[in-house]
Design a protein around this ligand. Sequence first.
Ligand SMILES: [Zn+2]
Length: 135
Amino acid sequence: MLPQWHLLVGAIFSLLLWPIFGFGSFVIFAASFLVDFDHYLFYVKRTKNCSPFKSYYFMKKLAKNKRKERYLFVFHTMEIWLLLIAASFYSRFVFLIFIGVILHMLFDFIFSNSNKRVFSLIAFLNHRMRKKQNI
Ligand SMILES: [Zn+2]
């Protein structure tokens, strides 16, 4: 899902959650679209270019790519979600971030081409090691 849609959906849901979380809704809103910062990190690592605008178009093009290559976006992995869940028991702030991340992921699963993504950091590293060793 494109960032502008995450912004819109995040804003709507944050407003709906305002009666429950008050100013905490801002954290949910910010988390709901800042999760995609890993796309920018992916772009910078791959192209050695820091332009956020070029990154946007690069990611749009990548989403339409027909190659079988799969991509890892670190903040979109279940290991990060598990860390957030665990930390949520100790921090309300992290709990609010977790809600924003879940909101983001929900819409990513519904509207994005999820079959190009790897949702586990461990599975990705395992796959890479096996590929290097030709197993
Ligand atoms: Zn995303």
